[in-house]
Design a protein around this ligand. Structure first.
Ligand SMILES: *Cc1c(COP(=O)(O)O)cnc(C)c1O
Length: 408
């Protein structure tokens, strides 16, 4: 099928018009780094300034603002995470939430001294783990994704792009406190087997934290059913919350009363406005909050969460797979000298692909100048992110053609 035929047949194609369109962008292939705004968000933000902030003023805190991190969190849990109410909260950045959750998980099991993480994980995840390990006298057990022995696996070439259950099994000991992994690898797009790995970690008596930054809103999860302990992720990627929009944390219900996060702030307490002596954590997920909730940062993502609820996460995943399939087919045909650094099996990848070739570092700024916007991921990778509701099949082809025929 041609790109045009794909677009005509695409039952979600009409949703593209709901996003703000910018005239100087021919192909936006970076919605996995910063999602496009919805037109509804342009209005919501303007209305918020005049009708709520401007008019309700300080009285807004008595109304719905204070509980917004949990009400929006519940909605996200319902439409995209497979999480029952009361387990998801918006706050801080992913980096800060990683710190809070990892610290809490390590204190939970103080006789266990090892944190498992992989070398190909996103930098901030690795840096936070290294910082906590230094701070608390713990140690890191590194998994070299794709590099260690593939014992237990069947030699599947897609295993080269991410962390497999066999690798996690080999890293676990009776000293493991926590395993920190990404659901979708930020460079390769490898999709980890969350239920299988979570079960292995639990068998070893440890906790697991999944970073969903590159999967939330585009790859469905069943956090409750899979028994996931902790999760976090960004809202400015596929959730279109805008630059610097707050992250979310998921803490499994049974763990909430047992975990104590390290940033004791007044808005994580039972009665913040009593302004009393001593820190008494709130019940439930609210105890993972620290300071004032980022109300203005949670406006746009409410529109995207509503849209995901309307369209359905399964339908979004289906289009995502079709888009990455299309991108791989076109690159096989038009860019035979580029190396696909992403799993070929659809069920093993998220919503982006990475192609490696010498010269891409110099090419990407030229593409940006032409309004073709993928990402560059060193040393030689072009990363093509496909946000299903805002990206067309024709846009994918335009992007691949621009890489094939630069400057033409
Ligand atoms: C994008 C991303 C982050 C970003 O963290 P911030 O604190 O929002 O800068 C963290 N982890 C992963 C896996 C990501 O993809």
């Amino acid at each position: 099928m041609t790109s045009f035929e794909h677009d005509v047949a695409d039952s979600l194609g009409a949703h593209r018009a709901l996003f703000f369109q910018s005239n100087d962008v021919a192909a936006y292939l970076d919605g996995n780094s910063l999602g496009r705004p919805l037109g509804a968000s342009v209005e919501r933000i303007a209305r918020f300034v005049t009708e709520q902030w401007g008019s309700r003023l300080i009285r807004g805190w008595d109304e719905q603002w204070l509980s917004l991190p949990e009400t929006v969190g519940d909605e996200l849990g319902r439409v995209a995470l497979g999480a029952a109410a009361g387990q998801v909260i918006f706050a801080d950045s992913t980096t800060v939430l990683l710190y809070k959750l990892i610290r809490a998980a390590c204190e939970f099991n103080p006789e266990r001294t090892e944190i498992v993480i992989d070398r190909a994980n996103f930098p901030t995840d690795r840096y936070v783990v290294e910082g906590i390990v230094a701070e608390r006298g713990l140690s890191v057990v590194w998994i070299d994704a794709g590099k260690t022995e593939r014992d237990g696996s069947d030699g599947d070439p897609d295993d080269a792009f991410g962390v497999t259950p066999a690798q996690v099994q080999a890293a676990l000991t009776d000293r493991t406190a926590l395993v920190v992994l990404s659901h979708v690898a930020f460079r390769s797009g490898f999709l980890a087997d969350v239920p299988a790995i979570t079960a292995l970690v639990h068998d070893a008596g440890a906790l697991v934290l999944w970073d969903l930054s590159h999967s939330v809103g585009v790859v469905p999860t069943e956090l409750d059913a899979w028994g996931v302990d902790l999760a976090t992720g960004c809202s400015y990627k596929y959730l279109c919350g805008g630059p610097g929009a707050p992250a979310f944390a998921y803490v499994r219900l049974e763990l909430q009363a047992q975990l104590r996060q390290p940033i004791q702030g007044w808005l994580g307490t039972r009665a913040p406005f009593e302004m009393g002596q001593g820190y008494t954590p709130a019940d439930g997920i609210r105890s993972f909050a620290s300071g004032t909730p980022p109300i203005t940062g949670m406006l746009a993502l409410q529109d995207m969460i509503a849209l995901i609820g309307e369209v359905g996460i399964m339908a979004i995943r289906e289009k995502s797979v079709a888009l990455t399939e299309h991108a791989i087919a076109l690159s096989d045909e038009l860019l035979p000298d580029a190396v696909l650094s992403t799993p070929r099996a659809a069920h093993r990848r998220g919503s982006h692909i990475t192609l490696d070739r010498e010269g891409f570092a110099e090419l990407v700024p030229k593409l940006w100048a032409q309004g073709v916007i993928p990402d560059f991921r060193g040393p030689t990778g072009i990363r093509i992110g496909l946000s299903p509701l805002s990206t067309s099949f024709t846009e994918v082809e335009l992007g691949i053609l621009a890489i094939r025929y630069p400057g033409e």
